[in-house]
Design a protein around this ligand. Structure first.
Ligand code: PLP
Length: 388
């Protein structure tokens, strides 16, 4: 019998693995399952990006090891995107790290900064991958509740003082997974002030930065004066360009943190395949109408879903961004009992909110990740259960 290292037993099992298992079991019964549980974009990568990858994959230069920390042309493309989209100046040589998707960086930053006994401030509900890096570092988590009363923003005044003394890192994430909440520049100013005062490093997860509704473009943390002194932003192509399978993301901002992340990446990976880096650079510097279309598609799906929710009498708040709807479960149900019921009786997969933390209890997360027709059908099937 092989005995794993203690850090492995601290790692939680992947929450979505369980959800996928349940959905597959239902589909195996021959049922027409509508899966709105996982955050996997349903649309293909824009063709000009795919074509660039096909062409670049034949370049023999890319068949060798890529340079450590990746090609500078890709970091320059990131800097150009941030300048155009947010008016933020980024030094590509020292302020951008190339990652295997945002996920790796979100785990690595904890390993870069946290010792056993240190504390990481983590949003609750929040994206479960934040927990993994903290667990691997042997550090502790202190949860920041996100509640509807505070527009799903953390209340920095309510953080446990004993935990704050040992806190070295915090995660924030807007547009938010799972609540769909968005943050404004005031919130980021408050965040920078809090980070300065408490000495906590900020990891801003901007995975849904391209998806903001009602004519409001999501604000980047890096637009805040002083942001680069206190933290980094994690940016990814997964959602913005429907490139989740390509695994391309970035850590952008504080040069010292970028250098630590690059160091850890150099040991694990060297860098991404060069053909992917070239296609990723084109995604960032090429025509951006695909991003405008993507945003409009999700907004239109949101409207279709909320129209259907109103018709069946399910009351909920519209998300301001991301591609998730955060829906309160009806009285008498827990997140999980309600998610199980709609899977078993309506063949619809939603993610139970408690999988994102204790403050996720009482909600389910629904992804806007199939056609309007299928989304409406999913809500109608739930409506037919006669609960609302
Ligand atoms: N952050 C959040 C909040 C996410 O929802 C996701 C993906 O679902 C990621 C980060 C990771 O994205 P990727 O590793 O594909 O860049």
């Amino acid at each position: 019998v092989i005995k794993p290292a203690d850090r492995m037993t601290a790692l939680p099992t992947q929450f979505f693995a369980k959800l996928v298992g349940k959905a597959n079991a239902q589909a195996a019964k021959g049922r027409d399952v509508i899966n709105l549980g996982q955050g996997n974009p349903d649309q293909p990568t824009p063709p000009h990006i795919v074509a660039k990858m096909q062409e670049a994959s034949a370049n023999p230069m890319y068949h060798k090891y890529p340079p450590f920390s990746g090609y500078s042309f890709l970091k320059e493309a990131v800097a150009q995107r941030y300048k155009e989209d947010y008016g933020v100046e980024v030094d590509p040589a020292t302020e951008v790290a190339i990652l295997f998707g945002g996920k790796t960086g979100l785990v690595e930053i904890s390993q870069c900064l946290l010792n056993p006994g240190d504390v990481c401030l983590v949003p609750d509900p929040g994206y479960p991958d934040y927990w993994s890096g903290v667990a691997l570092s042997g550090a502790e988590m202190s949860f920041m509740p996100l509640t509807a009363d505070n527009r799903f923003l953390p209340d920095y005044n309510a953080i446990d003082q004993e935990a704050l003394k040992r806190a070295k890192l915090m995660f924030i994430n807007y547009p938010n997974n799972p609540t769909g909440a968005v943050a404004d520049s005031e919130f980021y100013e408050e965040t920078v002030a809090f980070a300065r005062k408490s000495g906590v490093v900020v990891a801003s997860d901007f995975a849904y930065g391209a998806i903001g509704f009602d004519g409001k473009k999501p604000v980047s943390f890096l637009q805040t004066p002083g942001a680069k002194e206190v933290g980094v932003e994690f940016y990814t192509l997964s959602k913005t360009y429907n490139m989740a399978g390509w695994r391309v993301g970035f850590a952008i901002g504080n040069a010292q943190i970028v250098s630590l992340i690059n160091l850890i990446q150099d040991h694990y990976y060297c860098s991404l395949f060069g053909g992917i880096q070239e296609a990723a650079a084109l995604a960032l510097t090429g025509p951006q109408d695909c991003v405008v279309e993507l945003n409009a598609r999700y907004e239109s799906r949101r409207e279709a879903v909320f129209g259907a929710l109103e018709r069946i009498g399910w009351k909920a708040e519209r998300p301001g961004g991301s591609f998730f709807c955060w829906l309160p479960v009806p009285e008498g149900y827990t997140s999980e009992s309600f998610a199980d019921l709609v899977l078993e009786q309506a063949d619809v997969v939603v993610a139970p909110g408690n999988g994102f933390g204790t403050h996720g209890e009482g909600y389910v997360r629904l992804g806007l990740l199939t056609s309007e027709e299928r989304l409406v059908e999913a809500i109608e099937r739930i409506g037919k259960l006669g609960i609302f």
